[in-house]
Design a protein around this ligand. Structure first.
Ligand code: NAP
Length: 483
């Protein structure tokens, strides 16, 4: 029997009023249970929101640099548990242990960074045009904020929302994705142990389709930060727009990598493989389209397929594994459906395309890294987010067509280009429709101290991470003071 975790409300681990729990299993071996969590009800959510509301005024009265010391202490506590948390992440979400350790390390850095932001929670002094008037701005927290997070970065995304929310003086209610809640629990343990006052951070687990609406619509909630699918994000936006509730949505992507003919093919294929297949393609910034100048298309594809076939797919805890399983059965079915859709649309599989059931992989959700050629831009596999290890390769006539095709999707999260041509690089930087513009690196792989977010249907435009993250979680006030 696996450990049963409570909700975290008003500083206590408590059972849901439903009396029910649900369990998570290892996607590399579904016979292994990881943990059980509360099937929360609307009344549990209300209790979390009430606790957050009661604590918020006192929390915001603590000077921001002092709030920061709690985040910095939590970073230290989390860091001490890196091995344990990374192993739990791999067993619950499926990514490789190296990726999981990297993600814990990044979360530690995010906590430290926003701890430091406490001392920089600044406004500006701006000269008044009137004599004897001192004018300046300062930041106020919003109040109680709801955070809704996905499973694919099960520690980094909760942390990159919790940390700026707390440093800005807000109280929080968070609901992690049902497929992978354990890392959020470890973050809460660290912040609690670091001395976060009770009620400031609350967590409920359970189905977003059942309790999500309360987290979005409760009148106490002053802002909602959501990362997940476009479908759910848009439904949230419809609910919040009419009420004027501040809403941050980070959603899907259909990210291109453009490879120009001067590119080093070894580097370019490594970049595309890293972006397309690492983390099983389950990154919002994953590369799902490679746009290759026609002169190098055949050589590029031959090398790409050769290297892709050498990737080891398996349990992320095992040494040498490059690609873990899909997170759950639904996600695996979605990916297999898209592989079938691509074939029906007339595209050709030139690598992979199958579920892997041999060598003990029958108990997990493993899919071969898959490459399609013969893809046209109107196909669904070239337009829709698949969120799995599936890549489409398309030849292009030249730079102009590459940019046109890259931009010919509803999404605009990240993009990359491989080239040494300086003029083309700047043309790309100016013309590509993406929030994250990357050159000679994979489309996935970002750093915590730089702003993160997309354009078009990928995002509502508020940025996460970096110092601008607190813009969403705070409001500027302007002061005119005649002395
Ligand atoms: P999802 O199904 O949209 O779920 C995201 C979160 O919303 C989960 O906690 C989910 O709870 C909750 N939720 C579900 N229905 C809800 C509702 N009606 N109201 C309120 N909340 C609700 O997304 P996912 O499958 O977890 O994550 C994959 C998606 O996230 C992909 O599209 C990916 O591109 C996107 N993503 C984007 C970024 C970015 O920064 N742009 C980063 C990572 C991932 P349950 O788990 O209980 O359903």
């Amino acid at each position: 029997m696996s450990e049963i975790f409570g909700n975290f409300i008003n500083g206590e681990w408590v059972d849901s009023s439903s009396g029910k729990t649900f369990k998570s299993v290892n996607p590399a071996n579904i016979e292994e249970e990881i943990a059980s969590y509360q099937v929360s009800t609307v009344s549990d959510v209300k209790a979390g929101i009430e606790a957050a509301k009661s604590s918020q005024t006192d929390w915001s009265a603590i000077p921001a640099p002092q709030r920061g010391t709690i985040l910095i202490k939590a970073a230290e506590l989390l860091e001490q548990r890196t091995e344990q948390i990374a192993s739990e992440m791999t067993r619950e979400e499926g990514k490789t242990i190296a990726e999981a350790k990297g993600e814990v390390g990044r979360s530690v850095n995010i906590l430290r960074y926003f701890g430091g932001e406490g001392a920089r929670f600044c406004g500006e002094t701006i000269p008044s045009e009137r004599a004897g008037v001192f004018s300046y701005t300062f930041r106020k927290p919003l109040g109680v904020v709801s955070l809704l997070t996905p499973w694919n970065f099960p520690i980094a995304i909760p942390v990159w929302k919790i940390a700026p929310a707390l440093i800005s003086g807000n109280s929080v209610v968070i609901k992690p994705a049902s497929a992978a809640p354990i890392c959020t629990i470890r973050v809460i343990e660290a912040l609690n142990q670091a001395g976060l006052p009770k009620g400031v951070l609350n967590m409920v687990t359970g189905a977003g389709s059942v309790i999500g609406d309360e987290l979005v619509s409760n009148p106490v909630i002053k802002a909602i930060s959501f990362t997940g699918s476009c479908e759910v994000g848009q439904s949230i936006q419809q609910k919040t727009a009419s009420k004027g509730v501040k809403t941050q949505l980070e959603m899907g992507g259909k990210n291109p990598t453009i490879v120009l003919k001067d590119a080093d093919l070894d580097l370019a294929t490594d970049i595309v493989i890293n972006g397309a297949f690492f983390s099983t393609g389950q990154k919002c910034t994953a590369t799902s389209r490679a746009l290759i100048e026609k002169e190098i298309f055949n050589d590029f594809v031959a090398l790409l397929v050769d290297k892709t076939k050498k990737l080891k797919v398996g349990n992320g805890l095992e040494q040498g594994v490059d690609v873990g399983p899909c997170v759950d059965e639904n996600q695996m079915k979605t990916v297999l459906d898209y592989i079938e859709i691509g074939q029906k649309e007339g595209a050709n599989i030139i690598c992979g395309g199958q579920r892997l059931m041999d060598e003990g992989r029958d108990k997990g959700y493993f899919i071969q890294p898959t490459i399609f050629s013969g893809v046209s831009t109107d196909m669904r596999i070239a337009q829709e987010e698949i969120f799995g290890p599936v890549l489409a390769v398309l030849p292009v006539e030249g730079f102009e067509q590459a940019i046109a095709l890259a931009n010919q999707v509803k999404f605009g999260l990240s993009a990359s280009i491989v080239t040494n041509q300086l003029n083309r690089t700047f043309d790309y930087i100016n013309q590509i429709e993406a929030g994250l513009i990357i050159v000679n690196l994979p489309s996935a792989g970002v750093e915590y101290q730089l702003p993160f977010g997309g354009t078009k249907a990928s995002s509502t435009g508020y940025r996460e991470q970096g110092s601008v993250a607190t813009d969403f979680y705070s409001e500027l006030r302007t002061v005119y003071l005649k002395y």
